[in-house]
Design a protein around this ligand. Structure first.
Ligand code: SF4
Length: 183
C-alpha cells in the first residue's frame, strides 16, 4: 500500500507486442477513476528502470519469457509484489512469441539473421552483452508463481476493468461466457 493509502502497482512488458498495455490505456476516462485507488509506481508506459523496481502490492506483466534477461526481470518483480497478474495470452500461455517453440532455436536464428530473403551476408548476433534467447518461449507460470490471469489477445478494456475492480474489491475475477469473448 502506498503512503497515501492507494494500492501500489508496477507493470512490465516482456515478449509481447505492447497491445495488452494499449488495451489498458483503452480504459480511457476510467483511468481517472482507477487513479483514485491505485498508484502506478513503475511501468513502461510512464518510466521504468528495472534495477529500481519498488516493492508494490500488484505486479502486472504482459508478454512471455523469451530470454534470460526477461526471466531475471520477472523474478525481480515477483520478489517485490504481493499479487502477480499475467495480462494477456502471451503471458498466460506463450501465444504468438511461442510459435517458435515448434522449431529448434538454432533454426529460428538462422532463418531470422542468415536466410532472410533480403539478407546478403547474415550473421547471428553473439555479443555476450545481448540477452540470451531461451531454448523455448515460456509462459510466466513456468518461471514464477502467477496469482491471477486476465485472458485475451489482448484482453479488452472492459475485461481488464472487470478484473482490476474485482481485485480492488477483494474478490478474485471469475471468467465465464459473459465476460470473456473473442471477436
Ligand atoms: Fe500482443 Fe496479444 Fe500478446 Fe497481448 S496477448 S502482447 S495483444 S500478442
Amino acid at each position: 500500500m502506498s503512503a497515501n493509502g492507494k494500492v501500489s502497482v508496477a507493470t512490465m512488458w516482456l515478449s509481447g507486442c505492447s497491445g495488452c498495455h494499449m488495451s489498458f490505456l483503452d480504459l480511457d476516462e476510467r483511468l481517472l477513476d482507477l487513479s483514485k485507488l491505485v498508484d502506478i509506481k513503475a511501468s513502461p508506459i510512464v518510466d521504468i528502470k528495472f534495477d529500481q523496481m519498488p516493492e508494490v502490492d500488484v505486479g502486472i506483466v504482459e508478454g512471455c519469457v523469451n530470454n534470460d534477461e526477461e526471466a531475471e526481470h520477472l523474478r525481480h518483480l515477483r520478489d517485490r509484489c504481493k499479487i502477480l497478474i499475467a495480462l494477456g495470452d502471451c503471458a498466460i500461455m506463450g501465444n504468438v512469441p511461442a510459435l517458435r517453440n515448434q522449431f529448434r532455436l538454432a533454426d529460428c536464428l538462422t532463418r531470422g539473421y542468415v536466410d532472410t530473403e533480403s539478407t546478403q551476408i547474415g550473421e547471428i548476433p553473439s555479443d555476450p552483452v545481448l540477452p540470451q534467447l531461451l531454448a523455448r518461449a515460456r509462459p510466466l507460470q513456468e518461471v514464477v508463481k502467477v496469482d491471477v490471469s486476465i485472458p485475451g489477445c489482448p484482453p479488452d478494456a472492459d475485461t481488464i476493468w472487470y478484473a482490476l475492480t474485482e481485485l480492488l474489491a477483494g474478490r478474485m475475477p471469475q471468467w465465464n461466457e459473459r465476460n470473456l469473448k473473442y471477436d
